[in-house]
Design a protein around this ligand. Structure first.
Ligand code: SF4
Length: 229
């Protein structure tokens, strides 16, 4: 099952690289489909690739990526234990915000990635990524807690946990302690989120063997809980 999921994600990345469904496809250097553990409990979602990501074909590799790594380390995680991707897979020129038509053109890829990954927690990074899941939410109000309002695209049982974008903390140092506190809150929210996730897949006490095996394979966040206590 994990191998099948990894293969499906890899096949999707090949489709993304070949895609020219919106103008960004012919303007970028290479696509940035996302990367990480196919069994990650935590999925971090940015808005769109920047210049460094466009050159590397990998998400969050610049200064914001370094801060993201540091934030993950605060809760005992490393990048290969989570999954990181963007709402839009190709870099908008001059790092402008993606147009609604470009987001719409790329939405099918995000949808398929979410269906494959089925994460316990999705953490949209910043207001633009949050908008993809909760169009009316404000990051200044929603950050640092499980989102309680209506969401779209979020798989059944998955908890949406908005965070500020690491780049926002690079531009405004005052946000950094907030982001660090929010990461701790995310770690503390994991046990309840995991219960919700399991119940949505058949009940905590009635999980099928395959579900139990899948849960057992999700061992990458064991440190996550111990760090949070
Ligand atoms: S941004 Fe998405 S829809 Fe547009 S070309 Fe790239 S992969 Fe295709």
């Amino acid at each position: 099952m994990p191998d099948e999921r990894a293969a499906a994600l890899a096949a999707l990345a090949v489709e993304i690289e070949a895609c020219r469904a919106c103008p960004l496809g012919s303007q970028r250097t290479q696509s940035v489909p996302g990367e990480g553990s196919p069994n990650a409990e935590l999925l971090l979602v940015g808005e769109a690739p920047g210049a460094h990501e466009d050159a590397a074909g990998r998400p969050f590799v610049g200064a914001a990526g370094k801060l993201l790594d540091l934030l993950l380390s605060l809760i005992g995680l490393q990048r290969p234990q989570v999954y990181v991707l963007n709402v839009v897979k190709c870099r908008p020129p001059e790092n402008r915000d993606p147009e609604p038509t470009e987001i719409a053109a790329c939405a099918g890829f995000l949808e398929r990635q979410l269906a494959l990954l089925q994460p316990v927690i999705i953490a949209p990074l910043g207001r633009h990524a949050l908008r993809a899941f909760a169009p009316d939410a404000k990051i200044s109000e929603a950050h640092g807690a499980p989102f309680q309002g209506a969401t779209r695209q979020t798989p059944a049982g998955t908890t949406l946990f908005p965070l500020y974008h690491p780049a926002a903390a690079l531009h405004n140092g005052a946000l950094r302690p907030t982001l660090e506190r929010d990461m701790g809150a995310l770690a503390r929210a994991l046990p309840a989120a995991r219960s919700t996730w399991r119940v949505a897949r058949g009940g905590a006490g009635e999980a099928s063997l395959s579900e139990i095996e899948a849960a057992a394979e999700r061992d990458q966040l064991r440190l996550f809980e111990s760090e949070a206590q």
